[in-house]
Design a protein around this ligand. Structure first.
Ligand code: HAX
Length: 441
């Protein structure tokens, strides 16, 4: 299998590099953690090393060292399409190599061969109450496939530790192959009167998803999904969802248990749910002024949101200190294909207004838009108007990143994660002790 061969070719070199770092530089101090870092969500504390992707605060995400613009231009594209094959993205992230068209297609084919979803998964989705959130359904559906895990079976048989990653990779390909149909099933169940559309194996990963949610007639929507999946595939391994998936995987939980846990983190409003909140906020802004608002009206509306103690969704970031290049890529897509879309124009007036207002608060560290500022607007344009589904689209994409980090963690033999928790009293006495020692100097 192409990805197994690719990883196998590199894995001993990576293991040597990691072993050398721990053996020769194990005592090297990377950072001293402050009390305020602990109380502010372990902010900025390096907690692990992963080479799949890295968020450069000033330039945005890099996949295996490549910027979003480089990836968009270098990865193979099918004829008559404008955005790369998802199979190529996975090859780059998992295999650490820019793929040829042949290799990208080999992964697309691998997915087609593994795409059959067991019937019990659909029954689990069907058993949810009508008001269930789409993310709860999606996460449960992924979780339910744990019983199919080849890693779990191998672990309880006689799989050797150095081969764990091979079984994890096998499971990862199954999971990522099945996931689009599961996501589509949820969409059709909730929003298309349960009119299900089966997969079309002549289509690539993104176009097949578009087809399964009833958007097969519009080739531009397939291109949007190629772009969307590419942009959301990974964002470093320390954000809430990726880190959760990694943490659970570190206990040698299988890929389904780990990715379901990651999705639950993604479902939070400060993380993946922001894309739906952002669009709802934008829609409300548009409806309040019954059309594309002026800059003055947007200023009033943002002020009202801030006065209510709420955040401006789609703006700010825990790590980025620049305009998110993923926002830029989405902006370019909309400007090219539907510059006059009224929701897009509304989003652009917000873009002209929000950063200065956020800077003026004096506390927002990054006043610039993140990817969520436009996600919903693009989907809405193509008739995917159900904002409570947008986080599922994010999850479908992010599963690529989750699985890459987990496979490589097993390939490099990363141990179970177990940081340390202190008590308030312990912390107070550590500080008091330090002060006492300083006074006696
Ligand atoms: N609007 C208003 N206030 C904001 C803000 C925004 N967009 N972004 C940050 N702030 C506020 C924070 O609430 C915080 O205020 P308090 O000190 O009163 O609590 C202050 O500015 C400092 O925050 P920060 O250090 O700049 O930002 P954080 O790292 O704490 O938080 C967030 C990063 C992304 C959670 C934050 O910017 C936010 O809530 N943004 C809006 C929601 C959003 O767009 N989330 C999606 C982020 C991308 C992502 O992960 N997608 O999955």
């Amino acid at each position: 299998m192409i990805l197994e061969d690719r990883i196998q070719a590199d894995v001993s070199t990576w293991r040597e590099r990691v072993n050398r770092l721990t053996k020769e530089h194990g005592d090297f101090v990377i950072s001293n953690v402050t009390v305020s870092q602990i109380f502010s969500g372990i902010r900025g504390v390096p907690i692990q090393v992963s080479d799949i992707s890295y968020v450069d605060p000033e330039k945005g995400i890099r996949y295996r060292g490549y910027t979003i613009n480089e990836i968009l231009s270098l990865l193979p594209k099918l004829p008559d399409t404008n955005y790369p094959l998802v199979g190529g993205v996975y090859h780059l992230l998992m295999g650490n190599e820019l793929p040829t068209m042949e290799k990208a297609l080999a992964i697309e084919n691998e997915w087609k061969n593994r795409s059959e979803v067991p019937d019990y998964v659909f029954r689990i989705i069907d058993s949810f109450p009508e008001n269930a959130s789409t993310m709860a359904m999606y996460s449960a559906a992924i979780l339910s496939m744990s019983s199919d895990s080849k890693f779990s079976k191998g672990y309880h048989d006689s799989l050797r530790k150095e081969d764990y990653w091979k079984a994890m990779l096998d499971d990862s390909l199954d999971l990522t192959a099945r996931s689009p149909q599961i996501a589509a099933y949820i969409y059709n169940k909730k929003y298309r009167n349960n009119e299900q559309i089966g997969p079309n194996k002549s289509l690539d990963y993104a176009a097949n998803f578009a087809h399964m949610i009833g958007k097969g007639d519009d080739p531009l929507y397939a291109d949007l999904m190629r772009l969307f999946i590419l942009l959301h595939a990974d964002h470093e391994n320390a954000n809430v969802s990726a880190h959760t998936a990694h943490l659970v995987g570190s206990a040698l939980s299988d890929i389904y248990l780990s990715c379901s846990a990651g999705l639950n983190g993604l479902a939070g409003p400060l993380h993946g749910l922001a894309n739906q909140e952002c669009f709802n906020w934008l829609l409300d802004l548009y409806n309040t002024y019954q059309g594309v608002p002026t800059k003055q009206q947007v200023t009033e509306y943002i002020q009202k949101t801030l006065d209510e103690g709420k955040v401006i969704p789609g703006y700010g970031h825990a790590v980025l200190r620049c305009i998110d290049p993923r926002f830029e890529a989405e902006r370019q897509f909309a400007e090219k294909y539907f510059p006059d879309d009224e929701y897009f124009r509304t989003a652009m007036v917000v873009f002209e207004t929000a950063p200065d207002m956020l800077k003026a608060t004096g506390k927002v560290k990054n006043p610039w838009p993140n990817v969520d500022a436009l996600n919903g607007t693009l989907q809405y344009h193509f008739g995917v108007t159900q904002s409570d589904y947008y986080t599922v689209l994010f999850g479908l994409s992010r599963m690529l990143g989750f699985t890459c980090h987990i496979v490589w963690a097993r390939a490099l033999g990363k141990p179970i994660e177990r940081p340390k928790a202190l008590t308030t009293r312990l912390l107070e006495s550590m500080i008091a002790e330090e002060k006492k020692q300083e006074a006696t100097k």
